[in-house]
Design a protein around this ligand. Structure first.
Ligand code: ATP
Length: 351
């Protein structure tokens, strides 16, 4: 667990953060440029110091201005991965990986190297590596120092799209296999969707919100990042079963099934999906024959008129989705709050 309670003036901006971040999973630090994301993790790493306040990691005080405690960055036991890999050019990949190791453990070394797919690069030098390979080595180096926490400051931002995708896949695997918390600075929604369990939303140096992505997505604070004029729901759902003949996977949505294209993963594994309001239509009865596989029963909980359309929030058990219908259709169907309806879902994006 990381407890942050700090104040820091940075030019015109005052960073004022009070937060408790869980001891595992990836917490995305999100917000527009200049909101204080990098400064927040630099305070945790010890690269900058707060004007006042304290930071504690797993009951260890990293800094406490009131009691004159301030651990140097190398005493904090925190790994840091920057936008650029910052490898030592005169060391081989193996030399770079071993740089921060206090006690070499061959098994752990092999595990991390395998996890990041860099076995074949060990004898090479940084100059001969691609951007994505360099970042994987930088992540390996940070992990091999056996940190209690990993900080990542836009680790994908210097990479082109194919390398980004490649590294994202490694980061996803990493998040499932290592047990330390990761603070991940990004302004990419895509990375947030793929990686973040929790999100800190920073706004002009203040913590505007801290919650799961699924909850934050519903908050008005997130509206600037959503597609204009369109509502959507982000849900985390467990895999229920696979239908290999039809290449489809069933997810459990409340007590109903939601079919998506065939996914990798065992039953019970959680998958994050997005359903856009324009991909959902509403019916009052179940159609007898339809090509749409996903017709789920729910209850209307919100009606939001907007121009000549109405956004309708439908509860499906504890989960909620949006449907956009024309005012004409809403009037004809006499939609009202509390009404039982069927939501016909035409498309689901899997993150
Ligand atoms: N040492 C400093 N002196 C003065 N101003 C600073 C200092 N460090 C940061 N700032 C300012 O504080 C603000 C927050 O900077 P920071 O780099 O933390 O933002 P960010 O959210 O990470 O931005 P970006 O997404 O563009 O990287 C910026 O306006 C920056 O100019």
């Amino acid at each position: 667990m990381l407890e942050i309670n700090v104040k820091k003036r940075l030019g015109q901006l005052v960073l004022n953060a009070r937060l408790t971040i869980p001891g595992q999973g990836i917490t995305g630090i999100f917000g527009i440029s200049g909101s204080g994301k990098s400064s927040l993790i630099n305070l945790v790493s010890g690269l900058i110091h707060p004007d006042e306040g304290n930071i504690r990691l797993n009951d260890r005080t990293l800094i406490d201005t009131a009691n004159n405690i301030c651990l140097a960055p190398n005493q904090r036991n925190i790994g840091y991965v920057f936008q650029d890999a910052r490898l030592f050019p005169h060391y081989s990949v193996k030399g770079n990986l071993c740089y921060g190791i206090k006690r070499f453990n061959q098994q752990e070394f092999n595990r991390i190297v395998r996890l990041l797919g860099i076995e074949h690069l060990l004898a090479r030098y940084p100059l001969t590596l691609s951007g994505g390979e360099k970042q994987r080595v930088a992540i390996g180096r940070a992990l091999l120092s056996n940190p209690e926490m990993l900080l990542m400051d836009e680790p994908l931002s210097a990479l082109d799209l194919p390398r980004k995708r490649e590294l994202l896949a490694y980061l996803e695997k990493l998040s499932q296999e290592i047990n330390i918390p990761i603070l991940y600075v990004t302004h990419s929604l895509d990375e947030l969707f793929r990686l973040a369990d929790f999100v800190v939303l920073l706004d002009e140096g203040k913590v505007a919100a801290f919650d799961s992505l699924e909850n934050l997505w519903q908050s008005p604070l997130f509206e600037p990042w959503q597609e204009q004029g369109q509502k959507s729901a982000v849900l985390s759902l467990p895999i229920l079963s696979h239908n290999f003949s039809y290449k489809m996977t069933a997810l459990l949505l409340g007590e109903q099934q939601l079919w998506v294209k065939l996914l990798n993963g065992d039953e019970g594994k959680t998958v994050r999906i997005c359903i856009r309001s324009t991909d959902v239509s509403i019916m009052l009865t179940v159609p007898e024959k339809t090509s749409i596989r996903n017709i789920l029963s729910g209850k209307i909980i919100t009606l939001l008129p907007k121009g000549n359309q109405v956004d309708v929030k439908i509860a499906l058990g504890k989960d909620e989705i949006w449907a956009s219908v024309s005012t004409w259709a809403a009037e004809e169907l006499q939609l009202q709050i509390g009404q039982s309806v069927y939501a016909q879902i035409k498309a689901v994006s899997v993150m």
